[in-house]
Design a protein around this ligand. Structure first.
Ligand code: ZN
Length: 161
């Protein structure tokens, strides 16, 4: 099924699967690729301008944890850990919330959402994740913050490649 996607820069593109387009390089995620391996691809969705937020996506089409091959499992935990370590060492991120939902369209995605002090006013744990993301999207989408977010992506890229 072809979908029309509006990119954050205002352009629209027709895609079969947005993640496949990002993984293949046909669509450049704003801010760029953080790191990739044979099986996974990490990038930031700058629609949510939070410093150090990383989305780790499978290159292959599958949506549930138990569909990973042995090789993918090893690659996944290795890459997830490397990104996590870089978040700590480069950006000083002490805690991260991880979530993935298996009812996505095509690709297994893990969201790595850093915890910052301001987020605690939205509560703790899982109930705070959605309001935090919405707050970032609706109130932190300013030039200065987006610039900081992009600098953080570059710092992660440098550390991980
Ligand atoms: Zn795809």
């Amino acid at each position: 099924m072809v979908r029309i996607i509006k990119l954050s820069n205002g352009e629209t593109v027709e895609v079969e699967c947005l993640s496949c387009e990002i993984v293949s390089g046909a669509v450049q995620p704003d801010g760029g690729v953080v790191v990739e391996t044979e099986f996974f691809h990490a990038h930031q969705d700058v629609a949510y301008p939070i410093k150090g937020l990383v989305i780790l996506a499978s290159k292959r089409h599958f949506t549930t944890m138990d569909e990973m091959s042995e090789e993918e499992q090893l690659d996944y935990i290795h890459l997830l850990t490397r990104i996590r370590r870089a978040q700590r060492e480069i950006l000083g991120i002490e805690n991260v919330y991880y979530f993935y939902n298996e009812d996505t369209t095509h690709h297994f995605h893990t969201w790595m959402v850093p915890r910052y002090k301001w987020m605690y006013e939205f509560g703790r744990s899982v109930e705070s994740v959605r309001p935090v993301l919405l707050h970032a999207r609706n109130h932190m989408n300013n030039k200065e913050n987006v610039h900081e977010v992009k600098q953080a992506i570059q710092a992660l890229q440098k550390a991980l490649n």
